[in-house]
Design a protein around this ligand. Structure first.
Ligand code: CA
Length: 223
């Protein structure tokens, strides 16, 4: 589960990030409305926590534009001004929920959890490539009808690779999206997990789906 936090107050953004990370979410933070504009089309987020008052585009115009471009990612709006008028305007613009500042981090986390549950009902929870399938709700993987047991980290790695199927996934990108590291820990962590995953999803099957792109990273594709 990946959440985008759009909040220009760096301290608040950092508190929200930590609260959501401790709940097991991977979190990206954006401090500017203009930068946030294209983020949901570039990355498939499960929810967005969106402040209304932002430098660049404000939160209300962001959610309006995302909905106009048919992006349905659940949005939780935050605002210091908890007026009824603004709340209605936010929900009319296409936001899914609203939380006035100041708020308790536990409540924010609970609302994000509720939104991600709602979101996963709408989109197909099953990712497929050839005869490999991954149910992102039950976390069950199958290949050629055989169930494959995955650890939590292997599940997150496979989910990320399948959502990016056909596209090159660099090690740094995998570290960022699956481990939430924005630095290279200087280990072969990714390669170790790729090897384990390969033994589970590819070793006994044909065709091979998880390919190494030498010196660059990995890609999942049929041929
Ligand atoms: Ca703000």
């Amino acid at each position: 589960m990946r959440v985008l936090v759009v909040e220009d107050e760096k301290k608040t953004a950092s508190f929200i990030r930590k609260a959501l990370q401790s709940e097991g979410f991977a979190v990206d933070v954006c401090h500017n409305g203009d930068e946030a504009m294209s983020a949901p089309s570039a990355t498939p987020y499960d929810a967005i926590v969106l402040d209304i008052m932002l430098p660049g585009r404000d939160g209300l115009s962001l959610v309006r534009q995302w909905r106009q471009s048919r992006n349905a990612t659940p949005v939780l709006l935050l605002s210091a001004r908890g007026s009824v008028g603004e709340r209605i305007e936010g929900l009319d613009a296409g936001a899914d929920d609203y939380l006035p500042k100041p708020f308790a981090l536990a409540e924010l986390a609970a609302r994000v959890r509720a939104l991600t549950r709602r979101g996963s009902d709408n989109k197909s929870p099953v990712l497929r490539l050839a005869d490999l399938s991954l149910d992102t709700v039950t976390r069950q993987a199958h290949r050629a009808g055989r169930e494959i047991e995955l650890t939590t980290r292997e599940f997150r790695l496979l989910e990320f690779l399948l959502r990016s199927a056909g596209r090159l996934c660099a090690r740094t990108m995998i570290l960022e999206k699956v481990w939430d590291y924005d630095f290279d820990p200087g280990t072969n962590l990714v390669d170790v997990y790729i090897k384990r995953l390969r033994e589970k999803i590819d070793a006994d099957f044909h065709p091979k789906l998880l390919h190494t792109v030498r010196g660059a990273g990995y890609v999942m594709r049929e041929t």
